[in-house]
Design a protein. Structure first.
Length: 139
């Protein structure tokens, strides 16, 4: 009579532990990739707003920006009727809008990045902005 071979308790525990470790590592990696992806979108959105502001100023007779302070979604000088930008972008996760501080000669556009915890360059809704750009690039 042949004896049936079965797994021991130790073997089952080892395999279960390995699977659990691989699953947790994959989850952490996936979460980080999601944060980096959203941060890239935020940076691209801010660059799009910055480019539209620069086009607005270069087409302005007086060579100035249209002054504004608040969330960028309410800044209509770029959207209609000039159409420098199709619509003002909003944050990909939380839905808040990027903050805009615009004078006739300078501006700062800010967002909160998930992967950067240092720095503060203003208030972005409920969080402090930790990524801001102006006419001369990142601040």
């Amino acid at each position: 009579m042949r004896k049936k071979r079965s797994f021991t308790l130790i073997e089952i525990l080892v395999v279960t532990t390995i699977i659990a470790l691989l699953t947790s590592a994959a989850t952490v990696t996936y979460t980080q990739l999601g944060k980096q992806s959203r941060d890239s979108k935020r940076k691209a959105d801010i660059e799009q707003i910055r480019a539209a502001l620069e086009m607005y100023r270069s087409n302005s007779v007086t060579n100035v920006y249209s002054a504004y302070s608040g969330d960028c979604s309410s800044y209509t000088a770029l959207v209609a009727p000039t159409k420098y930008i199709a619509s003002m972008p909003s944050d990909p996760k939380t839905g808040y809008n990027y903050c805009c501080e615009i004078t006739t000669t300078d501006y700062t556009i800010g967002a909160y990045l998930e992967t950067t915890s240092t720095g503060s360059c203003g208030s972005c809704g409920t969080s402090n902005c930790n990524y801001c750009v102006g006419p001369y690039g990142q601040e």
